[in-house]
Design a protein around this ligand. Sequence first.
Ligand code: VG1
Ligand code: CO
Length: 541
Amino acid sequence: MSVEEIPTQPFSDQKPGTAGLRKQVRIFQQPRYLENFLQAIFDCVTPLKGSTLVIGGDGRFYNRQAIATALSMAAANGISRVIVGLGGLLSTPAASHLIRLRGASGGLVLTASHNPAGPDGDFGIKFNVAGGGQAGEALTDQIFASSLKISRYLIDTSINVDIDRCGISTFDGFSVEVVDGLDDYARLMQDLFDFDAIRAWLKAGNRIRYDALHAVTGPYARRILVDQLGAAAADVVNAVPLEDFGGGHPDPNLVYARELVDHMMAEDAPALGAASDGDGDRNMILGPGLFISPGDSLAMLAAHLHRCPGYRGGLRGVARSMPTCRAADRVAATLGVPCHETPTGWKFFCNLLDDGQITICGEESFGTGSSHVREKDGLWAVLAWLNVLAASGLTVPELAQAHWARFGRHYFMRHDYEDLSLEAADAVMNALEAGLPALVGQRFDALTVTLADNFAYTDPVDGSHAQRQGLRIVFGDDARIVLRKSGTGTQGATLRLYLEHWRQDRLDLDPPSALAALETLAEQLVGLKRLTGRSGPDIVT
Ligand code: VG1
Ligand code: CO
């Protein structure tokens, strides 16, 4: 071992957002940028010393360089063992599982999730704590503070490991273990779901289509869906992870997973269509001719999860992020279990999961997950749907229709206005916030504003407060308009406008027409187009 102490100066922009530090690759490639951020983590998270750290990423460009640097710095900072995914690959949920399984003190998850990759794309680092969840706000604030006063980093450049071969490399007081993360993850899924029932369902002629969008879940899907469950190899598409995700945008939604959507809207579409994102934590679910919105998917899974062996005991509780539609609330009420509303970002679910208060949780941004790990989990959601379909004998459209007939339907859309100037985005937010108090009690056609505020959250487990988490205008149980600023964009500012309208009379509308009136009202109240000069959103999901 030969530890070097390299002098450095702080960068001012290393504040982690909704899901870690996410920046353009170019920014990460600046000398000392990656090193500074890693050193800030090693300086803050003292339990890492003398213990185990998990490292893996979604395989995007810069993954390998970052891992080599992280290994050299981990050794120099007194970490005793690093567990790395083979080829540097670990999906985000698989990394969370590995941290839990191996009792690691933390993990570095190298990903910018669904953001495009390649030399001109984005890169990112999330620090996950013991237990497998993302670092909470208190810790990320500490890491940021530490990055602002950094003056040196420690590195041992003699550490050289072949991450393309499983095995253990031992150095003086330090070792690196390269593991095939697929095995452990597949075993976990097998414990939770009825693989025999799914196998029989597929054998009976039900087909699926899974699109890995050239991102990290390809090998996981092949192993589980094809090798273990017997789906046709040709039905798992774009399954080879590429450093630039094939030039695409690995975001499983109606815009970026167009090919899958077209496939599922065609005649003779398979029984289930699904896709995941760059790092494997998001999912999109479609039935033949029908897109299941993420908020609905959460609610429908909550209603049926007891059909899966890992959840036979029922649910302890449910949670959703604030902008996610309130469909899950109705299921929770019927089940007689609590439903928590948290700020955007998976880390807010982790205390509730650790404390045993919830079993399933989700976000409108195509994220669903459960107590099995501390990240959202794309393939988990796909397997949960497969298990529910196999166990219930229902098709996706039948299940959805029955659900809406029972609970009513929450029509939902998200409008993203991307690459705005910071000033323009703040101007819209400030103008709306100033006008919120005057809105309460006002009536707009059949809708009356019952609450208008900037969402704040007190964690029921540790009492920590999160403030200014998004502006919401609530019309009782009927509708909501929500506006918030993204914490994951890497260029300018992104504003997200969320529209939700609950209907019990009409269950068969298409969401844009069901939400047309609310959209007009949102423009009247928020003035996004008027204030930004834009003619409409960049992305609608
Ligand atoms: C977005 C989503 C949010 C999600 C986050 C990370 O954040 O809206 O729900 O938790 O991405 O997702 P924002 O701040 O840009 O709206 V991902 O798949 O890292 O992992
Ligand atoms: Co992701």
